[in-house]
Structures are given as structure tokens and as C-alpha cells.
Design a binder for this molecule. Structure first.
Ligand code: NAD
Length: 335
């Protein structure tokens, strides 16, 4: 029976994981896994973590010293895990590679449609008895050029939706996908995608190469008035540079489901507290900025799949079996 300590537990994690397995023993901690909390994992075989847990070298060393030999991610991205240190300390890292690419892709399109038609404003207006259409003029997605950066599982699901809208889709990825080309997607250079997109949607992972992919230099190359959409990872975007671009009326609008400093804010109710992060506070003031708190993945279908795959990962770890959900320097060849 594997003993697993869950970190960053939310009510829905308990709801999905509690009582689903007689083979494993779970304990749920609400705190994030980090240097100061790693001691809680003492006596467990593995830890189960999410996007904002900090699984760095120090934490992995401590886990290994306590004989905790599994880090199971309840997500696809693994940028918060030091894979090299995991390998050195003999800790296996497993993830849920694809629980529902459509969930994130549909959320990205929901953000785009909201900004394009200002439904977030219309909703509030109508509730207050204001039925005026003044300043609610939107734009059609049909016929627009949508640029996609990263055409993996989520990027491809997003492209299918965008093509369904009748948008022209251009894309940048180091590895163009034939099936997408057959759907009419034109692969171009990164700069060409920036210059030609009316809507630019980011779907690549966060790596040392992609940190601040959108910075002041790339923002200058973005078509004036374009909409930037980030449902991937906050650090892909230099938020301060984006704020400047919005203030200068260059970037037309921004939709984000992820934020550089989200670990101090997201997944918590801070409604009775003072927001001390002036950057997000500034972003919240723009009329053309839409923020959601990392909910792209958050559908019943995704949560069911995350639970199923994570239980499978626990099982494979316990049995010492190889797993296609394992991430390691050796498998990725890029640590
Ligand atoms: P994936 O591995 O299937 O696809 C990633 C694609 O990005 C690949 O095609 C890869 O070649 C490409 N890529 C890598 N580096 C690139 C670069 N420098 N420029 C352009 N393309 C590059 O991953 P996925 O399942 O599609 O997920 C993408 C990302 O979405 C994840 O890494 C994660 O950060 C994010 N995500 C967000 C949520 C959410 O709730 N908002 C949920 C799941 C995943």
C-alpha cells in the first residue's frame, strides 16, 4: 500500500481522490510543497503535487533523504520540477500528460469570444437594467487571422475550434504537424506569426527557451491592436512589458488564465484581503484585459481523467513498472 501526501489540495481534489482507492493511503495537505513544508512528507512513499508546488533541488534532496521516491504531478506541465535533481536523488517524476486538451482549448476560445464580444460587460450591464449597446461593438472571429504558438495537444485542439469558426490559422512550432497543415494551417516563423495575427494564442510549454517569449522586443513585432491570449504558463509573458504595450495602445487586448506570480494568488479566496501584487492590480483595471485564475483545465472530464491517470501512476510506481507518464532528463533528452 503506497502512502501518498497530497499538496496544494483543493476541495475538488478530495472529492475526486477520497475513497477511490483501497490500495493506497492518502493524506491531504492544503499547503504548497516547498522548502518549508517538505517535512510534512516524512513517512510517505510519494508526494502528489500541482502546478505551483516548488519541487526544486532542495525539496528533492529532502524528499530523497526521507525516502520519498515519487513526485506525481496532477497536471501536464512539469516546469516546476528540477528533473536533473530528481534523477540525481533517485526520485521518479510522473505526470498526467493529456487529461483533456479540449478543456484548455475551449477555455482559450471562451476568453477570446468574451473579449471579442464584450459579454463580460454586457452581463453586468443587463443585470443592472442597462440595455444600451453603447460601446459594446465587437468583432467577428470568422475571417480573422489567429496565430498559435505551440501546436501540441492543446494547440491542435484549439486550431480545430478556430478553423470551425472560419478563422485563418497561422502557427509557429519547431515541429510542424502534417495533420494541421492538411487542416489549412500555415506554419511561419515566430516573427511572421507575431506580425500577422489578429489574435495570438500561446500553447507552448514553459522552458528556459520560452521564458518571457513575449517581452518588450516581441511585443513591438506584434500587430497593432492584436489580442494576446495566454492559457499556458504565466512566465511565457513579461507582464510589465505587456502593461506598457497596453498603455501605449499597441497591444489591443489581453486574456490570461495564467500569471507570472500566480502562486501567491491563484486557487485561493483573497476577497477579504488587500491584493499586494501591484502588477495584477494594474492589469485588473484595464477594460480590455480578462483574467481567469488557472481554470483552463477545470472541467469534470479533466478531473476524472486526472484522477484515473494519477491512480495509474501510483500503481506503476508501487509495482516498479515503467510508465509512459514518466518525465526524466533521460526520456526528454533536454535537461
Ligand atoms: P504538448 O507537449 O502536447 O505541446 C507543446 C508544443 O509546444 C509542442 O508541439 C512543442 O514542439 C511546442 N514547443 C516547444 N517549445 C516551443 C517554442 N519555443 N516555440 C513554439 N512551440 C514550442 O503540450 P500540451 O499538452 O499542448 O500543453 C501545452 C501547455 O499548456 C503545457 O506545457 C502547460 O504549460 C499548459 N497547460 C495549461 C493548462 C491550464 O489549465 N491553463 C492546463 C494544461 C496545460
Amino acid at each position: 500500500m503506497a502512502k501518498i501526501a497530497f499538496f496544494s489540495t483543493q476541495s475538488y481534489d478530495r472529492r475526486f481522490f477520497e475513497n477511490v482507492s483501497e490500495q493506497h493511503q492518502f493524506e491531504f495537505f492544503e499547503t504548497r510543497l516547498k522548502k518549508n513544508t517538505v517535512k510534512l512528507a516524512n513517512g510517505f512513499d510519494g508526494v502528489c503535487v500541482f502546478v505551483n508546488d516548488r519541487v526544486n533541488r532542495e525539496v528533492l534532496k529532502a524528499l530523497s533523504e526521507m525516502d520519498v521516491k515519487l513526485v506525481a504531478l496532477r497536471c501536464a506541465g512539469f516546469n516546476n520540477v528540477d528533473l536533473k535533481a530528481a534523477e540525481e536523488h533517485g526520485v521518479r517524476v510522473m505526470r498526467v500528460p493529456a487529461y483533456s486538451p479540449e478543456a484548455v482549448a475551449e477555455h482559450a476560445m471562451a476568453l477570446i469570444m468574451t473579449l471579442a464580444r464584450k459579454t463580460h460587460k454586457a452581463y453586468n450591464r443587463v443585470r443592472e437594467g442597462n440595455f444600451s449597446l453603447d460601446k459594446l461593438t465587437g468583432f467577428n472571429i470568422h475571417g480573422r487571422t489567429i496565430g498559435v504558438v505551440g501546436t501540441g495537444k492543446i494547440g491542435q485542439a484549439f486550431i480545430r475550434i478556430a478553423r470551425g469558426f472560419g478563422a485563418r490559422v497561422i502557427a509557429y512550432d519547431k515541429y510542424p504537424v502534417k495533420e494541421m497543415e492538411k487542416l489549412g494551417v500555415e506554419y511561419l516563423s515566430f516573427d511572421e506569426v507575431l506580425a500577422n495575427s489578429d489574435i495570438l494564442s500561446l500553447h507552448c510549454p514553459l522552458t528556459p527557451d520560452t521564458k518571457h517569449l513575449i517581452n518588450s522586443a516581441s511585443l513591438e513585432k506584434i500587430k497593432k491592436g492584436a489580442m494576446l491570449v495566454n492559457t499556458s504558463r504565466g512566465k511565457l509573458v513579461d507582464t510589465a512589458a505587456v502593461i506598457e504595450s497596453l498603455k501605449n495602445d499597441h497591444l489591443g487586448s489581453l486574456a490570461i488564465d495564467v500569471y507570472e506570480e500566480e502562486e501567491k494568488l491563484f486557487f485561493r479566496d483573497l476577497s477579504e484581503l488587500i491584493i499586494r501584487d501591484d502588477t495584477i492590480a494594474r492589469l485588473m483595471l484595464f477594460p480590455n484585459v480578462l483574467i481567469t485564475a488557472h481554470q483552463g483545465f477545470f472541467t469534470n472530464e479533466s478531473l476524472q481523467e486526472i484522477t484515473r491517470t494519477t491512480l495509474q501512476n501510483f500503481e506503476d510506481f508501487e509495482q516498479g513498472r515503467e510508465s509512459e507518464n514518466e518525465v526524466s532528463c533521460k526520456l526528454l533528452k533536454n535537461c
